[in-house]
Design a protein around this ligand. Sequence first.
Ligand SMILES: [Zn+2]
Length: 305
Amino acid sequence: MRVIKRIKWPGWVVLVLFFILISGAIHHFTSMKTEAYVEVNESLHQAGAKEKTEPDGNEEIIQEEAENEERTADRVKANGLDSKKEEPVVQEEIPDVPIAFDPSGKYIALTFDDGPHPNVTPQVLQTLREQNVKATFFMLGSQVEKYPDMAKQVADNGHEIGNHTYSHLNARKRTMVEVAEEIRTTSEMIELATGVKPMLFRPPYGNYTSEVLEYAEQNGYSTVLWSVDSQDWKSKNAGAINNMVTQHAATGSIVLMHDIHAATAEALPQLIEKLQMEGYQFITISELLLMEKTIHNGPYFGKGI
Ligand SMILES: [Zn+2]
């Protein structure tokens, strides 16, 4: 609350919204079938809204679309998603477990959206490398198209890459055809640049529709939001970013950051150190999903403010 006052955001209410949908189950052409479904009810008022400012030419789109994001949480709730809650069907073989999860361990997943960025992403990568931390990057197709080598560096450093659409579109303001096309082309670009097909999808602003979720599921993506918003897009201040994350972090948290802001890169070394001192281990989103399935200690959806 102190932070919020400091950044003068009256009326700020943070609920945490997080929704994960795993499918991929029925792939005719792959041997691995996966289906899991995790969902959260806590929502993020506003956070999903103005998720950020975009690098380069995307600012206008972002700002234009950021206007009516506050209703995101309500829309999500109205989406009838709760009705699916009972169907976490696990009908597959769990792939190789990357790490042995400690049921009482503290795990957290750092995520970086809207990159890759030619200046910030390398700094983020360097910090992650130095501190031996793996994270997840939700990339824009437009950025991957401009900086394919940077996307490859992210993958080569062992981080996970997810799809964040091509132009940072607002799925609630576009047709399903447009959304599907952006997801498809972005995955193609990521795969072309990195050699890895993304299996995670994060809708910009946290905005989606049931059709978008269905499309993602049918195409093998897990749709992933977040539970802790660093608000780096708003504060652009390393100290504020660190406070926001450390105050709200909990086991299983998914932390939203953006590798397009210098302050985010600046905040990262100290943030990681602090979380490590608190006993956190850093894992990727896929690992977090796997953890939920293996030790039933799934993503934590936030403790609110
Ligand atoms: Zn974004």
